[in-house]
Design a protein around this ligand. Structure first.
Ligand code: G6P
Length: 614
């Protein structure tokens, strides 16, 4: 998704902007650009990487030494193909106003027609370009106004979402920024300020930030910043201290962020539980929901809404909450929930799950649920994100920044949160304290078991070598491991571009079995639980059709080695907790297959880390 950086201060702005854009690369993008202001405005933008832009801005920087104000953008195409001219910043015809924009201007077509009829010439196919011409038109009609006021007036015409930065050589010492539906953060330095669409580019400069809320507009100068609503009402904002370090968002010796994040999982699992699992007291302490726990326990129904990997975590949450707390749960794609007039009301609890806390569909589902009177709870990773701020109560996963586009450690952190939530909802109702303690004991043993699975990396890599040229892969699991099959398939297709499908193993006979032949790898999650013998039968069915079986099984299971071509043995664990272990070999398998195929695993084509458009 698009990324924004801005700088105003005393440093040479270009390197600050370029480095900031690199920190945003993980969000996924196809073109990049910067605008520098030093008396006049200069723009350099192009299709391709920030690295390419950096080389080409060399001349620009020589022409414009000492620009200490600028804005930069990485674009992920929505309207108009990835190209030099569709890249941001966009300029007005006079070249004295520059705009960068995240989000979508929904009424851009009507606005464009109007502007074109008034003589405006568009140089790009983007929706964003209307913004610079709108500002220009308003300023021309009332030249005595300032940049802040004309931007505010322009935004009154705009429907849709924006995270916006505007600069102008007519007011050369300020950046005007505005937000509606697309996040923006201001980093506070000494005599300098940083603007970004998330904290990643800011953290190396300062840990003090202010998050803009929807409908707010800020003017940032070298002396300070002021924030008002679009309606011009002054806002008091809290300065937040970021609690993650630069080291945490760098690769730390691993070849890719994704691999680093897979290997971080045992530590992350500890972090998620820290302070929450009180084993000696035999209880859970879930601060963010404590005041609402009674209401949560009384829910007639729980609806979980999420997208992508978070949706898979939600499916595991359904199994866990129903198993332990006996509250009916439905899991909905956030994008479907928001548009299907869902039956949700005051007796329901809606849980939204999001790593980024900014996914547009999940945010819209949250707002729909709120409007309908449901108690809305969030499970987010990014602290201070929009979803975290708009939910009534919730819990942070504390997985640390996740940079790899394909989610790994955030998923396991979400599943642990849901496991703890399910137990908290059961306490005093559906299961005894002794059972809760037993489950907590098992939970705290999981990080060490996860670490043992990571030691199998070499074996998993050699399996990847055999299957790297597959055209299709089938993932099968049952019960708690059915969502893991979906997640394993998603990981593979996201980063290796191999077509993969996840299915409940018993469903194989209703369709996927038709695909099985000697070229089809089938990955079975075959841990010992109540469906184990059924899974063995499914494996036989695949073998008799010459399918190539890879099994994830429990240590000590000799039977399965007779049936499967490859077995990845993982430590024993009870059914509800196994997804935390079974998913790890699947993450590693996808990672190795993708790297062996030469794919860019951290920035897979067409994907974005944080999908802030519909
Ligand atoms: C994108 C990412 C996925 C992620 C999904 C939901 O598609 O590429 O990895 O699972 O968005 O994101 P969220 O931040 O809401 O969990």
């Amino acid at each position: 998704m698009c990324g924004i950086v801005g700088y105003i201060g005393w440093q040479d702005a270009a390197p600050v902007l370029l480095k900031g854009l690199k920190r945003l690369e993980y969000r996924g993008y196809d073109s990049a650009g910067i605008a520098l202001l030093n008396g006049t405005l200069s723009v350099m933008k192009q299709k391709g990487s920030v690295g390419g832009l950096e080389t080409d801005t060399h001349t620009l920087r020589q022409e414009m030494p000492g620009a200490t104000l600028g804005i930069g953008h990485t674009r992920w195409a929505t309207h108009g193909e990835p190209s030099d001219r569709n890249a941001h910043p966009h300029l007005n015809a006079a070249g004295d106003i520059a705009v960068i924009h995240n989000g979508i201007v929904e009424n851009f077509s009507a606005l464009k027609q109007e502007l074109v009829s008034q003589g405006y010439v568009f140089l790009s196919e983007t929706d964003s370009e209307v913004l610079v011409h709108l500002i220009d038109r308003i300023w021309k009609s009332e030249p005595s106004l300032d940049l802040e006021t004309v931007t505010r007036s322009a935004l009154r015409h705009v429907e849709g979402a924006y995270g916006l930065c505007v600069i102008s050589s007519r007011e050369p010492d300020k950046i005007v920024v505005a937000r509606k539906g697309s996040p923006l953060v201001i980093g506070i330095g000494i005599g300098e300020f940083f603007i970004a669409s998330d904290a990643a580019p800011i953290v190396e400069h300062t840990n003090k930030v202010v998050y803009l809320s929807d409908g707010e507009l800020a003017v940032v100068t070298r002396e300070g910043y002021s924030i008002k609503t679009i309606e011009n009402v002054e806002q008091e904002k809290i300065v937040t201290e970021l609690d993650f370090s630069l080291e945490k968002i760098e690769k730390g010796g691993f070849e890719h962020f994704m691999l680093k994040e897979i290997f971080e999982q045992p530590a992350v699992m500890h972090d998620v539980m820290r302070g929450r699992v009180r084993l000696e007291e035999g209880r859970l302490c879930l601060g963010g929901i404590e005041d609402y726990l009674d209401r949560l326990k009384q829910a007639k129904r729980i609806v979980i809404c999420a997208c992508g990997t978070s949706w898979h975590a939600g499916l595991i949450g359904e199994y866990l909450i129903e198993e332990f707390a006996r509250i009916p749960v439905e899991v909905d794609y956030a994008s479907e929930f928001r548009y299907r007039n869902p039956i949700v009301g005051v007796d329901d609890v809606v849980i939204v799950i999001s790593q980024s806390g900014e996914t547009a569909d999940t945010l819209a589902a949250l707002r729909t649920a709120k409007e309908k009177g449901a108690l809305v709870m969030g499970i987010c990773n990014v602290v201070g994100s929009t979803i975290a701020r708009e939910t009534l109560c919730g819990m942070y996963t504390h997985a640390g920044p996740e940079v790899g586009v394909a989610s790994t450690k955030a998923f396991t952190a979400q599943v642990i949160m849901l496991y703890m939530l399910a137990l908290a909802l059961s306490k005093g109702r559906t299961i005894s304290n002794e059972e809760i303690v037993l489950n907590l004991k098992e939970l705290v043993s999981i990080p060490e078991k996860a670490a043992r699975i990571l030691e199998l990396d070499g074996q998993i890599k050699s399996i990847a070598e055999r299957f790297k040229d597959a055209k299709n892969v089938l993932y099968l699991g049952r019960g708690f491991n059915f969502p893991v099959a979906l997640e394993g398939a998603l990981k593979l297709k996201e980063i290796s571009y191999i077509h993969a499908e996840g299915y409940p193993a018993a469903e194989m006979k209703h369709g996927p079995i038709a695909l099985i032949d000697e070229d089809m790898p089938v990955i079975f999650i075959a841990t010992r639980d109540n469906t184990y013998t059924k899974i063995l039968s499914n494996i036989e069915e695949v073998r008799s059709r010459k399918g190539r079986v890879i099994a994830i099984a429990n240590e000590g299971d000799q039977e399965i080695s007779r049936l499967a071509e490859h077995v990845i043995y993982i430590p024993q664990a009870s059914g509800p907790i196994t997804p935390l272990l079974t998913v790890i070999p699947l993450q590693l398998l996808a990672y190795h297959i993708a790297t062996l195929r030469g794919c860019n695993v951290d920035r897979p084509r067409n994907l974005a880390k944080s999908v802030t458009v519909e």
